[in-house]
Design a protein around this ligand. Sequence first.
Ligand SMILES: C[S@@+](CC[C@H](N)C(=O)[O-])C[C@H]1O[C@@H](n2cnc3c(N)ncnc32)[C@H](O)[C@@H]1O
Length: 279
Amino acid sequence: MTRDEWLRASGIERADALVLLRELAGVSRAALLAHPEAELDAARLEALERAAEALRGGLPLAYVLGWREFYGLRLELNRHVLIPRPDTELLVEFALRRIDPRHAAEVLDLGTGSGAIAIAIAHERPLARVHGADLSAEALELARRNAERLLAPERPGGAARWHLGDWMQALAPGAGDFDLIVSNPPYVAEADPHLAALRHEPALALVGARACADGLGDIRVLVAQAAPRLRAGAWLALEHGYDQAAAVRALLQGAGLLEVHSLRDLAGIERVTAGRAGQ
Ligand SMILES: C[S@@+](CC[C@H](N)C(=O)[O-])C[C@H]1O[C@@H](n2cnc3c(N)ncnc32)[C@H](O)[C@@H]1O
């Protein structure tokens, strides 16, 4: 079968088919245009067919490929972790604005999954001492692998540190406090109709282990545990659902944080809320 024949017969979105041709058969768009009639060998054809079948079955492209780009970094992915979303870059940008690049800030990413947020911060702020925590051992294993591949071994802040456990309990007793705590926690309500479309991603990442009607079960626990672990003047910033900003602001205020405010994404929706510990 030729490249062009496969493209037309694949039964998937043309954009996805072009990505598969590039990633699995090494055929760039330019090569396709130049030689659409070139034959695909049996091994490449089989790899393409397997991937197209998975896509036709509804598996997201990021899981089919085993990677997704986030903040300019190619993160390895598997079914134990959420596919990092472009929306979450808003949280990374907030974090980067709050970390002085000249200081060795102590930064924690709670519910790190693939390590997306922690690794993006560590990559952009070489002096920062970055920690990631998660309740999933499989997620942490992947985050560690991503960090080893993506972060310079000689970065001054050292290798990222990974902690297994339930929110702040993942940290060893006596571990110090933080200059910044960020999280994109599970926040989908247990009966949310969108869950059907997200069925390939882990429930632990979407609704969490504290499933509840408003989706805020984990955020309540996380805020209560994390706020006391902020150094004077340090920020806690959370991503949340499109309709949860007011509730999250109330939780941060209730935990005694100051300057509580929400940030809007490009669509004008409040998706990140932050508050600061007093001096
Ligand atoms: C929405 S995903 C975010 C993943 C990643 N930070 C990102 O933005 O792509 C939430 C993450 O929180 C983790 N998680 C769920 N419940 C947790 C808990 N009680 N303690 C720590 N991590 C938890 C999940 O395993 C998952 O990796």
